[in-house]
Design a protein around this ligand. Structure first.
Ligand code: ZN
Length: 250
């Protein structure tokens, strides 16, 4: 299997890959943000990198750009270690990275946010990117609900309830991290988080700590490596078909 992560490739290898038709590039957009007492700050970024790589391999004609991070995590700033940038800053970074990728000859750029706070700024900057890069197709996977639903639908098959699967550091994200690198997961410190209903408006105005003092939404208790592998595979297959559909539709 050839390399697909641009960060691990030389310029010669990138040039050769594009020449041979790998003209799609996936750009994960992660975060540096608290994920409860048991998961690392890089969780969303690690998920984006692995998901991006798996999607690229399914597509067969794609590379993965370095994951963008930090993302927009203002609502996690009450927890140490979180680093955030303003939505306008993220919008600028995403746009400038797309301009670089287009210059090197990529014809399709896939934006893959894996952190909740990044979805809206990416959606907002899309028209600007498309008008600047007329010859490039931008595919933005910007449906946050779809992302969480897809993740949790698999987790439910592995014995968790939807509430346990959660939307932040719950069983779903914890399972993925166990599958990616279990050394970074402190299951001994995993605890139940907030299990009720909350609105995004409340989350963004008051911050996550006001909803969940331990930083978790969901319950990591039923997380497993097996479920994590299945979630990654299911998300990758789903997004790869979605990307293929969008390319066909143009
Ligand atoms: Zn996360």
């Amino acid at each position: 299997m050839g390399k697909v992560r641009m960060e691990e490739m030389s310029w010669k290898e990138v040039e050769e890959a594009i020449r041979k038709g790998k003209n799609t590039v996936i750009v994960p957009v992660g975060s540096i943000e608290q994920h409860g007492p048991h998961l690392p700050e890089g969780t969303d970024t690690f998920i984006g990198e692995v998901l991006g790589e798996r999607i690229a391999r399914i597509l067969g004609n794609a590379l993965v750009a370095p994951a963008i991070r930090p993302g927009c995590s203002q609502h996690h700033m009450d927890f140490p270690g979180t680093i955030t940038i303003k939505p306008e800053t993220l919008m600028k970074i995403v746009k400038e990275i797309c301009i670089c990728l287009a210059k090197h000859g990529f014809k399709t750029i896939v934006l893959l946010p894996t952190h909740g706070g990044n979805f809206a700024p990416i959606t907002a900057v899309l028209p600007e990117i498309s008008s600047e890069l007329k010859d490039v197709r931008i595919v933005a996977l910007t449906d946050l609900k779809e992302f969480i639903d897809k993740m949790n639908e698999v987790m439910v098959k592995y014995g968790a309830s939807i509430k346990e699967a959660g939307s932040h550091a719950g069983a779903s994200e914890t399972s993925i991290m166990l599958a990616l690198n279990e050394k970074l997961v402190r299951m001994d410190l995993a605890e139940k988080g907030f299990m009720g209903k909350y609105t995004r408006t409340k989350l963004y105005s008051l911050g996550l700590k006001a909803i969940s003092p331990n930083g978790i939404i969901g319950d990591p208790g039923k997380a497993s490596k097996k479920a994590g592998k299945a979630i990654i595979e299911s998300l990758a297959q789903h997004f790869a078909s979605k990307i293929k559909e969008e390319i066909k539709a143009c």
